[in-house]
Design a protein around this ligand. Structure first.
Ligand code: ZN
Length: 357
């Protein structure tokens, strides 16, 4: 990976084109059918890559263009899960959703994302990141009528994810990120089995491994939940020390416009930090100066080579033009701070000509 400081990246998803799925909507059904759907997904992925490149993003994702949802988009490829008979469940203590149920041993008949990664790897020279749902967040999105034990189901899923991740690494992925928004809700379970399941999912990987934790998309249930969290959001305070001791390399978290005290980043000593400098809960596009301000604040707690400016969460529910504007703001904001760091470094370096005299 190149040595540029403050390399930018996104949490994962980007909005889909209106010809692929209904815009501004989570879980939007696909519009094309059959083989045209596969072709449309590939075309949308190419556009997502181009948009990131043009904006100046450094570590690229496929924008999750081939998945309807970050969790079920993976689960629908597994065996042992019944998608026909959905069960209403209360998700992350926030909202009711109809979820699939585990009805037998969960298994992965074949690799899920290999083709997506082959395409991503072939379409860009940039380092690439691929996102997978984390075991704990999957468990929290399933009704389990088979294992009847959250930790046990998580370990089964972790082994499946690990196989998938190893294959994606072999296909040239530079960063594998597991999305674990559930870590912010079940802090005790993170300690008792969540982190172990995550480490098992990342076991043996030589590429960078990352975990994304956040306060969710800008949907109403999440906005209402955030209102109950008080003036300071300190959930990270409980889980960051656990993650800091883990084998995971990078942590992606929400910062801009959130009530997370920025000093909590200090608890991630030794880790790379993907600092959320773009709010995904508003259609207002940040200015590069606003992005720069968030990065500068984070730099007080993390070294520049360990800081990766990022979005707070996925941008899938946003209008496409807004997401594109936010990509540019993210890259331009990082550029501003990079220039400041270069200036400071130049000022500190003794001038060799002066030495000669
Ligand atoms: Zn998120």
């Amino acid at each position: 990976m190149s040595k540029t400081l403050l390399q930018t990246t996104i949490a994962g998803s980007l909005p889909k084109p209106a010809w692929l799925a209904q815009p501004n909507q989570l879980w939007a059904p696909w519009l094309p059918q059959g083989e045209s759907l596969n072709e449309a997904k590939r075309d949308a992925t190419r556009l997502a890559i181009r948009d990131q490149e043009r904006a100046g993003i450094d570590i690229l994702s496929d924008g999750e263009q081939s998945r309807r949802h970050f969790v079920t988009g993976y689960l629908e490829h597994l065996k042992g899960i019944d998608f026909e008979h959905l069960v209403t469940m209360h998700i992350r203590q926030r909202y009711d959703a109809k979820v699939p149920q585990v009805v037998g041993p969960v298994a992965r008949p074949r690799p899920v994302h290999s083709e997506d990664v082959r395409l991503l790897r072939a379409e860009t020279e940039h380092p690439i990141k691929y996102t997978l749902p984390g075991p704990m967040t999957i468990v929290d999105t399933l009704h389990d009528s088979h294992y009847r034990n959250r930790a046990r189901l998580a370990m089964v899923l972790a082994r499946i994810l690990n196989k998938e991740a190893r294959e994606l690494e072999r296909l040239g992925v530079d960063v594998i990120q597991f999305d674990e928004p559930a870590f912010n809700v079940y802090m005790d379970e993170v300690k008792s089995w969540g982190i172990e399941a995550l480490e098992r999912a990342a076991d043996g990987l030589k590429c960078k491994t990352a975990v994304h934790i956040c306060y969710g998309y800008g949907i109403k249930a999440n906005i209402d939940w955030k209102k109950t969290l008080g003036s300071q959001w300190r959930q990270y305070e409980q889980i960051f020390p656990v993650i800091a001791r883990s084998a995971i390399d990078q942590v992606s978290l929400e910062c801009h416009n959130s009530k997370v005290p920025i000093e909590l980043i200090g608890l991630l000593d030794g880790k790379d930090v993907m600092v959320g400098a773009i709010d995904v809960a508003t259609e207002k596009i940040e200015t590069p100066q606003e992005v720069a301000r968030t990065i500068r604040a984070a730099l007080k707690f993390v070294a520049p080579h360990k800081l990766f400016p990022c979005t707070n969460c996925g941008m899938v529910p946003l209008p496409r033009a807004v997401a594109l504007g936010k990509l540019h703001a993210l890259a331009d904001g990082a550029k501003l701070v990079r220039a400041e760091l270069a200036k400071t470094a130049a000022r500190r370096k003794p001038n060799p000509k002066h030495k000669e005299k």
